[in-house]
Design a protein around this ligand. Structure first.
Ligand code: GLU
Length: 477
């Protein structure tokens, strides 16, 4: 049975990179009818926090990446826990002792200064520094200063990466590395090997920033006689200028996207395409569809470029797909969040406002921002009321015509207001632009805005007439 895992360190909110790694682990596990596990790597006691863990677990579940095993919102699932490394110290200790016994690990008392001297000596000889500790065969008793190092022998370590292909490391370039500060304080490269074995992980899918750790983990794995794991290293997420992804190019935490009103289905779709494609340029996939199509073979080898415009366009697609009820619910929630007074409107008006916005916004946090004129009489430069070469007088006449027409229409007919106005324009032999442009600007105060018909239907007859009069007045000044 295939089993993958995401192993986040809870030292900050759920990062988009972690979310994407989790997604690829989830996709591979589900595609292979296997298990997706979440393990919390909280060995760094100083930087790990409860809040970060909560944010990560909640964020992953919000995205729909529900674990079959490990740490979940509802508690731990599975027989192979505990699934938080901070609760597993007693499990690691015997394996450290085993490595000391077998001579694969040794206590080392080299101080920082002594290591610096060895580095300098290598430098003086223009040699690459590789630590071969003088303590490796001494079998000293550990003291306060001791750390436990892995005894690296000169050999070649190779593996077939499921994404990058054949990778070989020459361990003569790898120093004797530290695996524990003491028997109760093992470090990442060691604990990860123990956990992946005991939790029966078959596939380790993670960012390629971990590639340099892989030979160390394979050495420990071999020394302990564990089963060989499969590795797949994902390309990093890069900014559009190919630099490391940073806040400058878009939010880096899932929480921020969530707060801005990006939908989980949009983020999933976007993150999947950040490094994977089916071999064509299809843009939209549900989680179920990606699970079905996913393969590690089709994950690209080099950096995946983060493009916020692409996320925006995918998100607006999914916003349009939401049920009308959900659109109204989220639209209302974000109008309130954006401090628009929704009590000003009845249910029908509020619905129309949200429907007006739903096809334009890229994310719910944008809602209302371009139509704040609905709430109050806008201020604007009267020059923009003129359509093309119209004079002030032409604009005043045009607005007067509109005023007289709207005056005669009942609010109950506002559903068909577009038809009524257009028909009247034709009947009176008027020019569409010369009527509709000044009318629309009078209502919105903007050169670009929704149509006058949509605005009239929302703000109502009285307010429409007031705004037309206001426009005429500022033209006359
Ligand atoms: N805890 C590591 C991290 O957050 C992941 C380790 C791994 O996937 O092996 O980067």
């Amino acid at each position: 049975m295939i089993k993958t895992r995401i192993a986040p360190s809870p030292t900050g909110n759920l990062h988009i990179g972690t979310a994407r790694t989790a997604l690829f682990n989830y996709l591979y596990a589900k595609n292979q009818k296997g298990i997706f596990a979440i393990r919390i790597e909280d060995t760094d006691i100083v930087r790990s926090t409860q809040e970060s863990e909560q944010d990560i677990i909640e964020g992953l579940e919000w995205l729909g990446l529900i674990p079959d095993e490990g740490v979940s919102i509802k508690g731990e699932i599975g027989e192979l826990g505990p699934y938080r490394q901070s609760q597993r110290a007693h499990i690691y200790k015997p394996y450290l002792e085993q490595l000391i016994q077998s001579g694969d690990a040794f206590w080392c008392n080299l101080s920082e200064q002594e290591i610096d001297i060895l580095k300098q000596q290598a430098d003086d000889k223009s040699e690459q520094f590789v630590l071969r500790s003088p303590y490796r065969d001494k079998k000293i008793k550990p003291s306060q200063e001791s750390v436990l190092r892995f005894k690296v022998s000169d050999t070649k370590i190779s593996f077939e990466d499921k994404i990058k292909g054949f990778i070989e490391f020459d361990t003569s370039l790898l120093g004797d590395f530290v695996i524990a500060k003491n028997l109760d304080y093992p470090l990442y490269n060691f604990v990860v090997v123990i956990d992946d074995e005991l939790m029966q992980i078959t596939h380790i899918i993670r960012g390629d920033d971990h590639i340099a750790n892989t030979p160390k983990q394979i050495l420990i794995n071999q020394a302990l006689g564990f089963t060989r794991k499969n590795f797949a290293h994902l390309p990093l997420i890069l900014a559009p200028d190919k630099s490391k992804m940073s806040k400058r190019f878009g939010a880096t935490s899932i929480r921020e996207y969530r707060e801005q009103g990006y939908l989980p289905e949009a983020l999933i779709n976007f993150l999947a395409l950040l490094g994977w494609n089916e071999g064509n340029d299809r843009e939209y996939y549900t989680l179920g569809e990606i699970i079905e199509k996913f393969s590690l073979k089709r994950v690209q080898k080099s950096g995946a470029i983060f493009n916020i415009q692409k996320l925006d366009s995918i998100n607006s697609h999914y916003i349009k797909q939401l049920s009308p009820e959900k659109q109204i619910e989220l639209g209302t929630q974000y109008l309130i969040q954006n401090r628009f007074d929704i009590k000003k409107w009845n249910e029908r008006q509020l619905k129309s406002i949200i429907q007006l916005e739903i096809n334009r916004i890229k994310k719910f946090a944008d809602i209302g921002k371009e139509i704040s004129f609905l709430w109050k009489q806008p201020e604007y430069n009267p020059d923009i009321l003129a359509f093309k070469a119209m004079t002030k007088e032409d604009s005043i006449t045009s607005l007067e015509w509109s005023y007289q027409l709207v005056y005669t229409i009942e609010e109950s007919q506002f559903d068909t207001i577009e038809f009524i106005i257009k028909e009247a324009i034709q009947k009176d032999n008027k020019q569409m632009g010369e009527i509709l442009w000044p009318l629309r600007v009078a209502l919105s105060g903007l050169e670009k805005s929704p149509s006058p018909f949509e605005i009239i239907a929302i703000i109502g007859k009285e307010e429409t007439l007031k705004r037309i009069q206001y426009a005429q007045n500022i033209l006359k000044k």
